[in-house]
Unconditional design. Structure first.
Length: 76
């Protein structure tokens, strides 16, 4: 789960950076949004496996190496 959360943080950082350069329909933005969706789904599944419900732990409350993971706003 730690690796997936770290990857999600990386993707969200890239989305934030590219979002200042490209419009929402740019292929790079769309690709990163798909990666973000897939990683969020994976994390929710893993959380549900551990705690019994993905509703009980928001992704924004998860941390990797002391850094809090914040969901990036969507470019839609």
């Amino acid at each position: 789960m730690k690796q997936a959360l770290g990857e999600l943080q990386k993707v969200e950082g890239q989305l934030a950076l590219l979002g200042t350069q490209y419009q929402a329909d740019h292929p790079s933005i769309k690709r990163l949004q798909r990666q973000q969706d897939n990683l969020q789904s994976l994390l929710r599944t893993r959380i549900a496996d551990v705690v019994g419900s993905s509703e009980s732990v928001p992704l924004s409350d998860l941390q990797v190496g002391g850094a809090r993971a914040y969901s990036c706003w969507r470019f839609t």
